[in-house]
Design a protein around this ligand. Structure first.
Ligand code: SP5
Ligand code: ZN
Length: 344
């Protein structure tokens, strides 16, 4: 399997994130991708290729132009105001406040364009996220050219980012950018399967009222798990998208058997949809050793996951999302990809 590697990922290097009112060491760190790249090479998974620049236009198909402009310039604005280090939001336009007026204040725009204070906006966030989208588009190119599957190794992740907000360590929604690009290249039905521990609120929201992208997810129950405010089982799509969204929340601590049953239920719905392309939001924070998540998958389960995804039978684009047991995520990701390749 070919890997498209985002060589700019290290530009986004937060040292700390906000948690319970304190700065704690960041979980989403460059070493994550370094370990995965090493594991991909050690396993001789296949060629490792650089992204091709497809420009801003395919990103603007799913993200608001004003949001993209904001993220690109935000850290420079922060420094110009005397901010030091990474930028964090502190105020948000919640219910009864207006979000249809873009304030001049930088602090206000940080809140307007974000969902949490746990996502440091660094001097290199834009560079890393831009090239992550380009890597995803390059991966799509290879799948559309006939590759059975391609893996995109990038960070920061993408699935929490909405059309006009960042959060959950995400700035640009790579899965959404790739899905929309696939439609723009002539496909008519794309499935996104999200196996990250966390619900992909951004991806779901972007396609919630559409039937041309089916979003399905297995994740920690938002009653107790991030992103808290989306990802319930009763979210099945709206308007023209009714019936094209499926959530399988599981309680923190759910067993591996419960996890695979939920995966099967996801895949049954996606099978009935008969997509021309499967995009997998591949978070491996479902690992038992993950420091911020509460499922118990291990190497054999990651391998089985890959086999099950192969049996689904569609051209498959894997995009890296979460996974924070830094030294283990390379082996966990490779277990999925090798499980996929070894299955018939
Ligand atoms: C893409 C992705 O996996 N994003 C996850 C974002 C989770 N953000 C909330 C992090 C909460 C950190 N909890 C620290 C627990 C320390 N014991
Ligand atoms: Zn996650």
């Amino acid at each position: 399997m070919k890997t498209i590697y985002n060589p700019h990922h290290g530009a986004h290097a937060a040292t700390h994130e906000f948690f319970r009112g304190k700065l704690v060491p960041a979980f989403e760190v460059p070493a994550r991708a370094d370990y995965v790249l090493q594991a991909v090479k050690d396993a001789a998974l296949g060629e490792v290729l650089n992204p091709v620049d497809h420009g801003l236009a395919p990103m603007a198909r799913v993200h608001a132009a004003a949001y993209l402009r904001f993220v690109e310039g935000a850290h420079a604005e922060w420094l110009a105001l005397g901010g030091e280090g990474d930028a964090f939001p502190a105020v948000w336009p919640v219910r009864s406040l207006r979000s249809d007026v873009e304030p001049r204040s930088f602090a206000a725009r940080m809140g307007l364009y974000s969902m949490d204070s746990g996502t440091p906006l660094t001097s290199g966030s834009w560079e890393a996220a831009y090239w992550g989208a380009q890597a995803s588009l390059t991966g799509l190119d290879h799948v559309l050219a006939g590759e059975r599957s391609v893996y995109v190794l990038t960070r920061p992740p993408g699935h929490h980012a909405g059309a006009d907000f960042f959060g959950g360590y995400c700035f640009i929604n790579n899965a959404a950018v790739a899905a929309q690009a696939a439609l723009d290249r002539g496909l008519s039905k794309v499935a996104i399967l999200d196996v990250d521990y966390h619900h992909g609120n951004g991806t779901q929201a972007i396609f919630y009222e559409r039937a041309d992208v089916f979003y399905a997810s297995v994740h920690g129950d938002p009653q107790t798990e991030f992103p808290f405010f989306l990802g319930h089982a009763d979210e099945t799509g709206a308007g023209g998208g009714e019936g094209f969204n499926a959530n399988f929340p599981l309680p923190a601590g759910a067993s591996n058997e419960q996890w695979f049953e939920a995966l099967d239920a996801c895949l049954a719905q996606l099978k009935a949809y008969a997509p021309e392309l499967l995009i997998v939001s591949l978070g491996v924070d479902t690992y038992g050793g993950d420091p911020i998540s509460h499922f118990t998958l291990d190497r054999p389960e990651f391998s089985r996951m890959g086999q099950v995804l192969r049996e689904f039978g569609a051209p498959t684009l894997f995009l890296q999302e979460g996974g924070y047991a830094t030294e283990a995520i390379g082996l966990n990701v490779v277990a999925v990809l090798q499980g996929f390749e070894s299955a018939k």
